[in-house]
Design a protein around this ligand. Structure first.
Ligand SMILES: [Zn+2]
Length: 203
């Protein structure tokens, strides 16, 4: 059986172009994001994929995984189901760069993804370092894919529900935290996820 993710990875590293050896600072443009109906449009998706020198499908697959939603590439844009603020998209891109672009030894982005046996390796042209690409690390940024029962994360309380519980919003998810007030940042444990509603306990 062919693993579609493996297939994407294969495409990702077969499409890598040669790195110019640019010594300049690595700056990625800010994502241009807006909500359109029930979807989120990420307008400069292609620009950012080009900037990080990675395959668009590979980046897209990662982003929908991080956001815990579905999406598609539409020309130079990416469109996600659900409403996601720019900061959420930005943190997902940062996670991608940490996992698949930046060399952990020298911190430079002049890297390539190489398949080494069964292991996907990030190889650095700047320092010669290489490391296996980790499947997933513990995240500090709260994103959709981390909203599982039992997960513990920090959230910003933005408003109060009619019942008087604190409300935090993460992407398409609405999270209720009893005993909190707007403006607080609290550590919570997820007790139940029902569609886009997330129930939590303060920990
Ligand atoms: Zn390096």
């Amino acid at each position: 059986m062919v693993d579609p993710y493996e297939e994407l990875l294969k495409q990702a590293y077969s499409n890598i172009t040669e790195i110019s050896g640019d010594e300049g600072r690595f700056t990625v443009p800010e994502p241009k994001v807006y909500i359109e109906g029930k979807t989120t449009v990420f307008e400069n998706f292609t620009e950012i994929a080009t900037k990080v020198r990675r395959d668009q499908d590979h980046l897209m697959k990662f982003l929908v995984g991080e956001l815990g939603t579905a999406g598609k590439i539409d020309g130079n844009r990416a469109i996600f189901n659900g409403k996601f603020e720019r900061t959420i998209i930005e943190s997902a891109i940062r996670n991608y760069i940490d996992d698949y672009v930046i060399c952990s030894e020298c911190g430079k982005p002049d890297t390539r993804l190489i398949k080494d046996g069964r292991v996907l390796t990030l190889r650095c042209d700047a320092c010669g370092g290489h490391r296996p690409v980790k499947k997933r690390r513990a995240r500090t940024e709260p994103v959709g894919s981390r909203l599982e029962e039992g997960a513990i994360l920090d959230v910003d309380i933005e408003s109060l529900s009619r019942r008087g519980d604190g409300v935090a919003r993460i992407g398409k998810y609405t999270m209720y935290v009893a005993g909190t007030k707007p403006g607080q940042t609290v550590k919570v444990k997820i007790t139940r996820v029902a569609g886009s509603i997330v129930f939590t306990q303060k920990v």
